[in-house]
Design a protein around this ligand. Sequence first.
Ligand code: PMP
Ligand code: GLN
Length: 392
Amino acid sequence: AAPGTPQVMPTIYERTTAAAIAHGAINLGQGFPDTEGPDWLLELAARAITEPETGPRNQYAPGMGLMELREAISAAQARRQQVTLDPATQVMVTTGATEGISAAILAFARPGSEVLTFEPHYDSYGACVALAGARLVGVPLRGPEFRPDLDAFEAAITERTSMILLNTPHNPTGTVFSTEELTRIVELARAHDLRIMCDEVYEHLMLSDARLPHRSILSIPGAEEVAVAVGSAGKSFSVTGWKIGWVTGGAELVSQIRGVKQFLSFSSGPAFQWAIAHALEDDRGFFAQNTAELEAGRDLLRDGLQELGLAPNRAEAGYFVLGNVSGITSLSAAEFCRILVEEVGVAAIPVSALTIQHLATPSDELEHLVRFAFCKDHATIREGLRRMREHL
Ligand code: PMP
Ligand code: GLN
């Protein structure tokens, strides 16, 4: 591969979904709901496409995104996080959170520099850091609580560090970073002149027994000069295929990220942007209903994994619960997942696929963790558990 080429292989998510289809397996791997988003939201997008009185919605959207959506994002952040964002300069719509993450990394990770994150991490971070010609450095989150060790994080900062990648609520651990943790990270970034990209795509997916509220990085005093937050309409409203996301933060940082974003996709999905603007203004009870359903799915899956001896974590937010296979087998999670999909008929993701490979040693806890998605129909989760009970 050419220098800077991250990987030619399809992502772990695509490979897992393909394996699930090939083996007729229940797919608890890739994180997407197996039901549609709310009907009224689908109807809004359909209207935007076909009814011209909603405005022209089938040609290029403005590069920064539809103003209606930027205003709705700004209003939602003011309401939920008491953060003030100028929609004209501090809010940019992206093609999914994925593009916001890529553009932020390409804007701020200097070639030859180091980018610091917590392990495990969302797969696109490593790929984009490689595309930027930088090197990803990871500090592990350790079970059973998966809290960040900020002394280890601080110790990992060197004069080569250019950027920090955060994710709260965190995929796959469900860890919600505390105000104190975020404050310390912002202070470190300011002291060392680092930029922060904070991936907040699960901000609307907080389960009722979470011990900490979600705090946006932008609600931390002093964050605006060093940090941007990234959000996702796909995750927030269960329409992952729409690929509408956003980047928010200080005007100067957003402008630098825009410089990159305009040459990635330029813009996308004005009809979806219009529908999401309305949904953010009034979610019609969707967030409450969705998190209640997710929580019931989480409980079902967690209880089942507990019974199977997989010692699940609390999973307080997002789509995923972690199981640890070391209590039932000496196989690595990667080998366990291969057998699980091929012989048991359940697809799940080994957490080692979400870590920097050189970090993991066979004795490492991360080698034994398996990620199961609970953002699935409850009948699907029940059938997955039934198959596991039968075979494990
Ligand atoms: N970040 C994290 C942590 C994710 O789990 C995902 C997957 N939804 C994304 C980013 C990508 O979001 P989107 O689908 O909006 O591009
Ligand atoms: N975010 C989803 C997950 O974590 C997958 C998204 C993708 O396939 N790129 O499973």
